[in-house]
Design a protein around this ligand. Sequence first.
Ligand SMILES: Nc1ncnc2c1ncn2[C@@H]1O[C@H](COP(=O)(O)OP(=O)(O)OP(=O)(O)O)[C@@H](O)[C@H]1O
Ligand SMILES: Nc1nc2c(c(=O)[nH]1)N=C(CO)CN2
Length: 175
Amino acid sequence: METIAYIALGSNLGDRLSYLRSAIEALNDHKEIAVTSSSSIYETDPVGYVNQGKFLNMVIEVATTLSPFALLDVTQEIEQKLGRKREVRWGPRTLDLDILLYNHENIETEQLTIPHPRMMERAFVLIPLLEVNAFVTIPTLSEPLTDIIDRLPDKKGVRLWKQKDGEDVFALFES
Ligand SMILES: Nc1ncnc2c1ncn2[C@@H]1O[C@H](COP(=O)(O)OP(=O)(O)OP(=O)(O)O)[C@@H](O)[C@H]1O
Ligand SMILES: Nc1nc2c(c(=O)[nH]1)N=C(CO)CN2
């Protein structure tokens, strides 16, 4: 059965825009994944480990026939292929792909937790997520997402960097 999933992308090393584009292309090239929508691109102050460069962050919606674990394998392969090294926890990275939501499933294993365990603390995730789907619902959450975002300290550090213009995800990457 086809699933709708939301994936957060982040990059703060090297050619950040090009890492985002390559990751979206690689996902869309997979025969069991179609990228169906995206947010704008935001430039965001680093959260957690603050002594690092600004991130570009965005969220995409995908339709997929992969299981959540197979989708995680694909996102991790793409991170590796695009040069990701894990050195400092929450530190600089060429590319980070986090699976936020997978239909309305709740998954809690050592390898994979969905909804993503830290998404509700991150305006750099919730602002683009709400842009992609203003009616998105999160399992076990009754409060409106907009109220949650209002309380998040990092929301002031989230700035629109490249506005989405129309429905074509790849148009975002044309200059
Ligand atoms: N929903 C999820 N999406 C992606 N990875 C997840 C998810 N839930 C659990 N993980 C696990 O988290 C591990 C660490 O991920 P990663 O190194 O990307 O963390 P990070 O980006 O440094 O921090 P954060 O998870 O806070 O964004 C991965 O190996 C993966 O198995
Ligand atoms: N602004 C911003 N800060 C972060 C980010 C990120 O993508 N954007 N990712 C992190 C680890 O996943 C830690 N901190």
